[in-house]
Write a protein that binds this ligand. Structure first.
Ligand code: NDP
Ligand code: OXD
Length: 308
């Protein structure tokens, strides 16, 4: 039996050696040079080429190399009986909390204005937002969203949160799926940490932006396909959104010619909000590999129907 890694734009050798360090007896194969495709029972995938799994007829479980599983759910060529799992680790959530906290602190302190002023050699003071002046609304209160909400509250911010099923988080005002309007009407800084599913694709559109409290800001750290790009440009141009911080894009790397690059009111980071740590992930991958072989319940199995 073997464990296969199929990951483009990732240092696969690092993952292979991390897995072998946890259990040297595991036979780790790296796509595309697979010695015996029929021996592959467990695969780890990130940005895999479509239809690639048809070469591995005995795959039982595929783990995403990250927290998101949209790339696997969207691949209709993966047979229905194949189970899907994902990476959930303390470091992944800690990094996301740091990203959200840093981003919100920068927005409250108007750092983006000072960066522009520096380019122009301009000295002008702007009043920072007070922490009780704006509410930060977190879309998605899962593994990452809940921790991010708590980290923000620990740092004195007012926080609201929205999820499919209502969550109870001490100190935060929470809303269920059918309470989106109430959530948006309370929110100034919208932080997106939703999974990408049929229901959430394109959710960040003009209709949603119009319901935010003014001044409004957008932080998208989930998936590019959540955002209707032309609606964001319109919202920024008309002042509906004051500034957007985008870590994820429909096309990655963001093409050089993309209009987002040249915009003062958009801050771009290259999908670095939270990056899977090979050593931490290896422990979880080995555990799920062993569970696959022994037929035990998997850790962090995804509901393929719900899409997350
Ligand atoms: P989870 O699956 O743990 O949580 C998802 C949350 O979204 C849950 O609270 C869920 O509600 C809610 N949700 C799902 N569908 C809906 C809906 N239709 N309406 C309302 N709420 C909904 O995901 P994670 O927190 O682990 O990760 C979130 C996403 O972050 C990932 O899918 C990935 O795309 C992105 N990500 C980005 C990274 C980056 O570097 N930029 C790094 C890692 C992840 P309920 O609780 O009721 O089920
Ligand atoms: C993830 C990601 O899903 O990096 O982990 O986006």
């Amino acid at each position: 039996m073997s464990l296969l890694i199929i990951a483009q734009h990732r240092d696969v050798k690092l993952f292979k050696s991390a897995i072998e360090a946890v259990d040297p007896d595991i036979d780790v194969e790296i796509w595309p040079n697979v010695k015996s495709p029929k021996r592959v029972q467990f695969a780890v995938a990130w940005r895999h080429p479509k239809n690639v799994f048809s070469q591995y007829p005995n795959v039982k479980v595929i783990s995403s190399l990250g927290a998101g599983v949209d790339h696997l759910i969207q691949d209709e060529t993966i047979p229905e009986h194949v189970k899907i799992t994902r990476i959930v680790t303390p470091a992944l959530s800690d990094q996301m909390c740091d990203f959200v906290l840093t981003t919100c602190l920068n927005l409250f302190r108007k750092t983006e204005i000072y960066l522009e002023q520096q380019k122009a050699g301009k000295w002008k003071v702007h009043q920072a937002y007070k922490k009780d002046e704006l509410t930060i609304g977190v879309l998605g209160l899962g593994k990452l969203g809940q921790e991010a909400a708590k980290r923000l509250m620990m740092n004195g911010f007012s926080v609201a949160g929205w999820s499919r099923t209502k969550k109870m988080i001490d100190g935060a005002e929470t809303f269920a799926e059918d309470e989106l309007t109430g959530f948006l009407n309370r929110t100034n800084v919208l932080v997106n940490l939703l999974p990408l599913t049929n229901k959430t694709e394109g959710i960040l559109d003009l209709g949603l932006f119009k319901q935010l409290k003014q001044p409004a800001f957008l932080v998208n750290a989930a998936r590019g396909e959540h955002l209707v790009e032309e609606d964001l440009v319109y919202a920024l141009d008309t002042g509906l959104i004051s500034h957007a911080v985008l870590d994820v894009f429909s096309e990655e790397p963001l093409p050089e010619s993309h209009p987002f690059w040249g915009r003062e009111k958009i801050t771009i980071t290259p999908h670095i909000a939270s990056v899977t740590d090979p050593h931490e992930a290896a422990e979880l991958l080995v555990e799920n590999y062993k569970r696959t072989l022994s037929g035990m319940n998997l850790l962090y199995e995804v509901d393929r129907k719900a899409g997350y």
